[in-house]
Write a protein that binds this ligand. Structure first.
Ligand SMILES: *Cc1c(COP(=O)(O)O)cnc(C)c1O
Length: 410
């Protein structure tokens, strides 16, 4: 299978006239989601792992449009909360194909999953603590489970997402064989699961493959006494956020991963989230202020950390482009939003084609953990989201109003 879709989409590759028209029609800030790109990213990923079962990790972007497009494309869906399960089902997922990864699951989440499994015994519940299994048993559950293991090697772009090293996630490595025997008596043990990090790019690939090899090794150990259907290596595959970074060559990654996995009787599963959606969405925002100060040229925009929190939360770099005048001379600027905190900046001292008031800027790679982490800080209604598919564009999330912000207040 060959796919012509390029391995990366930069901001410059978006049709600027189209973006300008969408901003004029729907206002700013605006999320613009390219569903064809979502499908192409999934297909490129899946074709690099022809023998693996690839699930989309919903939490990167749980929008109905994304989930239904991916289901149509042939993806299964991995969920980490009851709301994600419900949304996957609403988007058309067969509950028997879903996988629910329980991390310190609230009662409500376990109740929902156990109820669902009663009618849909194909659902798999992954536990990362003895308590989770005990609480499942207390609910009368004896169906399909996987054990999440902590590989003890963390990888990724930021310590907050390098979960492998983080004791919050998974069963300590050496306890897994013993627990597997115990769990195998009480449930239908079908898999071993690990998710070792996020944002893995070139430099992290060696560590990531070491973690994968360690998980595969555990898979082989557990396979000796249990009939495992799968070993799941999680997600974590990164995309280039900086314009000069190269994308992963997925064919090479596919070979590296399968080398790290080695021989397994069980099927290999993977759960990319970010990789599938990151470069399929950008944010459009209008310049409202240009202020020269001795320290910097400050460019004020109508998007904020409430629109996209990754720069404030993780120090993440997101590309920024002046869509109105990409060819204007570039000048170092700091771009920030209307929130009263110094964390509300998208960049400092970065060359951007000299912004003027009312210019339209695009912030790139906003598809993963973008709208998903949007919030209403400063009583800001969340932005609208427009999805592009073929030659069509349609609103898939309406712009919130102030009434939405205050709706739950009594
Ligand atoms: C978040 C998550 C993923 C996806 O991670 P990405 O870095 O977005 O690929 C996969 N599996 C599990 C269990 C997760 O929690």
């Amino acid at each position: 299978m060959s796919h012509a879709s390029p391995p990366v989409r930069r901001l410059a590759d978006w049709d600027h006239d189209r973006l300008s028209r969408l901003a004029a029609e729907h206002g700013t800030p605006l999320y613009v989601l390219d569903l064809d790109r979502v499908a192409a990213n999934y297909e490129r990923f899946a074709s690099a792992f022809p023998d693996a079962h690839v699930m989309y990790a919903a939490k990167a972007h749980t929008g109905h449009a994304v989930l239904s497009k991916l289901l149509e494309t042939g993806a299964d869906i991995e969920c980490a909360a009851w709301g994600e399960l419900q949304r996957a089902i609403d988007a058309g997922a067969d509950p028997d194909t879903l996988q629910y990864t329980a991390v310190n699951p609230p009662d409500r989440d376990l109740d929902y999953a156990v109820d669902l499994a009663e009618d849909h015994p194909g659902l798999t519940i992954t536990g990362g603590a003895r308590d989770t299994f005990d609480r499942l048993e207390a609910r009368g559950y004896d169906g399909r489970v996987a054990i999440r293991i902590n590989p003890g090697i963390g990888t990724g772009h930021h310590e907050k997402v390098a979960t492998g090293k983080d004791a919050k996630f998974g069963i300590p490595y050496d306890e897994v064989p013993g627990l597997a025997d115990e769990i195998g008596e009480r449930f239908d043990l079908v898999g071993i699961h690990a998710h070792a990090g996020s944002g893995v790019l070139h430099d992290d690939l060696d560590d990531h493959c070491r973690a994968i090899a360690k998980v595969a090794e555990m898979g082989r150990t557990v396979e000796q006494s249990h009939d495992l259907a799968f070993v799941d290596f999680g997600g974590g595959f990164g995309v280039p956020y900086r314009e000069d970074e190269d994308p992963l060559d997925m064919q090479v990654v596919g070979e590296r991963v399968s080398e790290a996995v080695g021989d397994l009787d069980a099927q290999v599963k993977l759960e990319p989230g970010r990789y599938v959606v990151a470069d399929a969405e950008c944010i459009l925002t209008e310049v409202n202020t240009v202020k020269e100060t001795p320290a910097a040229t400050v460019v004020g925009v109508d998007a904020s950390l409430a629109t996209l929190i990754r720069p404030a939360m993780f120090g993440s770099y997101h590309p920024i482009r002046n869509v109105s005048a990409p060819d204007r001379g570039a000048e170092p600027v700091s771009v920030g939003g209307p929130c009263c905190t110094s964390a509300d900046v998208f960049c400092t001292d970065r060359p951007v084609a000299r912004p003027e008031r009312e210019d339209l800027l695009a912030i790139g790679n906003a598809g993963a953990y973008g709208y998903e982490l949007a919030n209403q800080f400063h009583s800001q209604p969340r932005p609208a989201e427009v999805a592009i598919e073929d030659d069509d564009a349609r609103v898939v999330r309406e712009r919130e109003t102030l009434a939405d912000v205050t709706r739950v207040e009594r």
